[in-house]
Write a protein that binds this ligand. Structure first.
Ligand code: C5P
Length: 314
């Protein structure tokens, strides 16, 4: 008796974790039109859920219920699967179901995290054996923020932010994220930076952060700034008041660092202990903000999560 050809393989489940930029400096414009950055990325325990399976049809299909997330070829997860299948010369297709939990357009790298999770998962599903180093060139073609999600933890990002180096000291700290529910275009924020940019040779705060981090001593988080913040608020002036209000509450509850993440519009605070984080979450919610209490995810924790491509739901 002929056995019917299975149209699709089993589902596999993977998480795509968000990041915040603990600090971000813009050093100058580059010949490729991008900006030369120094940034400290930090993955956090807030994630999208993806499930993927191989399909014989040969095309990539993405589904997602979120109204702001496209499911066509402009979706970064779609691009990641398409580029990797092409790179591998595979005739197979991939079906991806995406459940968004990371705020969209919030400077938390959600779309880039999804893309990296797809790269890692498809590498595994098709037994390509590329690993993070082999996937890196594909990741950086998809977006400057994608490579960091092949590594995770507390990392230094240089170049376009796509050259990523894990720091020796991995932060294990409570974090409060505030979703201001106002998506901001990264490209438009960077375009505003050009007008005011004084190109400089090297970074100041990131350099001191890394040195202080190596040496120990006073809390190095207090050194960090986000140089995109002003431009982000110029791009979306209605954010000015909520950002100030959120930062005041975070600071008042003892945050070592309270800032906008990336090009916004999510804000976050990093705390020394969970008491302060709890207090801040409650105060922010009482003031009407959407606050999520979470924590940093270290390099090891992130690696463990990525290596566990699950055959069942997580
Ligand atoms: O690479 P990605 O598409 O994620 O970047 C979004 C936009 O942000 C780019 O089109 C570019 O305008 C801007 N960008 C930049 N310099 C960087 C990273 C991003 O100008 N280092």
């Amino acid at each position: 008796m002929a056995v019917a050809r299975r149209p699709a393989g089993p589902w596999h489940y993977v998480r795509a974790y968000a990041k915040v930029n603990l600090g971000l400096e813009v050093l100058g414009t580059r010949a490729d039109g991008y900006h030369e950055l120094r940034t400290i990325f930090q993955t956090i325990d807030l994630h999208d859920n993806l499930r993927l399976r191989r399909v014989v049809s040969g095309d990539v299909r993405v589904s997602c219920e979120h109204p702001l997330v496209p499911t066509d070829a402009t979706n970064l997860a779609h691009r990641a699967a398409t580029e990797l299948l092409r790179f591998a010369g595979s005739k197979e297709g991939i079906e991806i179901e995406l459940t968004k939990r990371i705020p969209v357009g919030g400077g938390l790298g959600g779309g880039s995290a999804d893309a990296a999770a797809v790269l890692v998962a498809v590498d595994r599903l098709l037994a390509l054996g590329l690993g993070p180093a082999g996937l890196h060139p594909i990741a950086r073609r998809i977006g400057a923020d994608v490579p960091v999600f092949l590594v995770g933890g507390t990392t230094l990002g240089v170049g376009r932010g796509d050259e990523v180096y894990p720091l020796r000291r991995q932060l294990r700290l409570p974090v409060v994220v505030v979703d201001l529910e106002r998506p901001v275009s990264t490209a438009r924020v960077f375009a505003r930076i050009d007008a005011r940019l004084t190109p400089r040779e090297n970074s100041h705060t990131i350099y001191r952060f890394v040195l202080r981090d190596l040496a120990g001593g006073r809390d190095p988080l207090t050194l960090l700034v986000n140089e995109l913040e002003e431009a982000a608020i110029e791009e979306a002036p209605e954010l000015s008041e909520p950002v100030r209000h959120v930062k005041t509450i975070l600071g008042g509850c003892g945050a070592s660092l309270a800032a906008l993440s990336g090009s916004g519009a999510s804000c976050f605070g990093v705390f020394r202990d969970s008491r302060g984080a709890k207090k801040a979450s409650a105060a922010l919610r009482a003031a009407g903000f959407r606050a999520l209490q979470t924590r940093t995810l270290t390099l090891d924790e992130y690696r463990r999560s990525l290596s566990g491509l699950r055959g069942s739901k997580v």
